[in-house]
Design a protein around this ligand. Sequence first.
Ligand SMILES: C[S@@+](CC[C@H](N)C(=O)[O-])C[C@H]1O[C@@H](n2cnc3c(N)ncnc32)[C@H](O)[C@@H]1O
Length: 201
Amino acid sequence: MDWNTTYSKGRKYPQFSDVFLDELLALLSKRYHSSNIGRVVDIGCGRGELAIQLAKRGIKVTGFDSSEKALELARANAVEANVDNFVQFIKADIEKFEDNKLEKEIARAQLVICKLVIAFLNDRVSFLKKINLNMRDKALLLLQTPVFLDKKGLTNHLSSISVPKNKIENELKEIFSNFSLLKEELMAEGVFLNTYVVKKN
Ligand SMILES: C[S@@+](CC[C@H](N)C(=O)[O-])C[C@H]1O[C@@H](n2cnc3c(N)ncnc32)[C@H](O)[C@@H]1O
């Protein structure tokens, strides 16, 4: 996937509404933390929309992405939203865990987010294991991804952006603890957009 070209063409991805994000943060704080979430890592942050929404709520966010174009847009969006003091965007291949930057940021965060990214990775299980390993105690992972039950009948596009529902759920249950499916929305025939939360194991 050529992400720089995709972003240069103006591609945007579905974002959380402010209402959903507020409900989500309240739920996560109440269910898992005595204090509020103050630091977040957004893995595969794209144009930084979610990082900026969180920064507007006083949360410090570090976003990682391999697309220079996405990061350029994210930085400009943060300046425009006047939250550049609350966010930083770092170029990295999130599967490589090079020079410890991703590990260090994950270890500082109460919440790790991975939104619409997991289907594009080469080795999803190793990636999820590394996240769990580096997360601090009681930290949470919020993962949003399109999922399918049966690949048969899906267009090439849909199967390339989604993952098998049973497989990802089993992986999350095996690697992390406190598995929870927070939201399930029909995205297209045979594909749901699912939002999961799990806790460091
Ligand atoms: C569909 S976009 C989602 C972006 C953002 N999370 C959102 O919801 O708007 C997927 C993102 O994952 C990033 N990505 C995919 N594979 C990556 C990798 N190995 N390392 C870093 N970023 C990656 C792409 O550059 C792209 O920005």
